[in-house]
Design a protein around this ligand. Structure first.
Ligand code: NAD
Length: 264
């Protein structure tokens, strides 16, 4: 029958692609499609919405019993219910929703004591390689290089900076002994001279950009740029499905995409 899957945010941009690619893979069976009751497509068949034909699972705010894994790409306000439900019923969880609060991240860690959870602000393989590289580059280039992070996303994205841009900043801070809370300078306006060690963070919102993240390391005389471009949402979806399969049989714990992909 395949891995019994519940998608949260099922009627959203990501949710529809998760359902479509999960069904195409033949390795999952959709048992639940959770979305807000107020969504205009609530009550419709989730497979029809995803473009893969009738699956007999309606988009609903109701949670079904008997799932193996939940994949959540929704909104932070929906994430509490997902985390609680997975922890209570011991169901594995792939949490892709970004913009979670510190309290929600703590709740994910607590859920990881009851069940196996993957939480990643970016599920694409290429981006996870970039997460691993940016800290190493910062440490190798040393303080002579100013670091600026520029992220670009579509006009519909609600949170800023992106969760992935924050993960890039955290990787750099961890590798160079900076404190991410004090090192980041978000945008600049007015008199804002650069201080040594600060990391500039810039969020561009325009059109239908799927996602571009660049880290610029600039000194007096040269510049290195490490960059990742997501060409389509399917890169995140493939990563989320890979995580969902990897979780089956894992011990309880809070894991990252690096764990899933085996990236050191
Ligand atoms: P979207 O707005 O198209 O979809 C969000 C869906 O969540 C909507 O259908 C909305 O109705 C639904 N929702 C709202 N309240 C809900 C509730 N209480 N219960 C269940 N569902 C509810 O957004 P999107 O572009 O699909 O992105 C969704 C999330 O995924 C965002 O947080 C985005 O940043 C994140 N994202 C993460 C990655 C990653 O790799 N981790 C990649 C892309 C997007």
């Amino acid at each position: 029958m395949g891995i019994k899957l519940v998608v949260v945010g099922a009627a959203g941009r990501m949710g529809r692609r998760i359902i479509a690619l999960a069904m195409e893979s033949g390795r999952f069976a959709l048992v639940g499609a959770v979305d807000a009751a107020s969504h205009p497509d609530a009550g419709k068949d989730a497979g029809v919405l995803a473009g893969v034909g009738t699956l007999g699972v309606k988009v609903s705010e109701e949670w079904p019993a008997g799932a193996d894994v939940v994949i959540d790409f929704s909104l932070p306000q929906a994430a509490d219910a997902t985390i609680k439900w997975c922890a209570k019923h011991g169901i594995t969880l792939v949490m892709g929703t970004t913009g979670l609060s510190d309290a929600q991240k703590a709740a994910l860690r607590a859920a990881g004591r009851k069940t196996a959870v993957v939480y990643a602000t970016n599920m694409s393989v290429g981006m996870n390689v970039l997460f691993a590289l940016v800290g190493k580059a910062a440490a190798m280039l040393s303080e002579a290089y100013d670091i600026e992070i520029i992220e670009q996303h579509h006009r519909f994205k609600k949170d800023a900076p992106s969760g992935s841009a924050m993960t890039l900043a955290e990787s750099i801070c961890e590798a160079t002994g900076r404190d991410v809370k004090t090192a980041l300078v978000h945008g600049r306006s007015g008199l804002a001279p650069r201080k040594p060690g600060e990391i500039g963070m810039h969020a561009v919102r325009a059109g239908d950009i799927t996602g571009v993240h660049s880290v610029m390391y600039a000194a007096l005389g040269d510049m290195v740029t490490l960059s990742h471009t997501a060409q389509s949402r399917d890169t995140f979806v493939q990563g989320a499905l890979r995580a969902a399969e990897w979780l089956q049989g894992q011990r309880p714990g809070l894991y990252s995409m690096r764990d899933v992909l085996g990236i050191e």
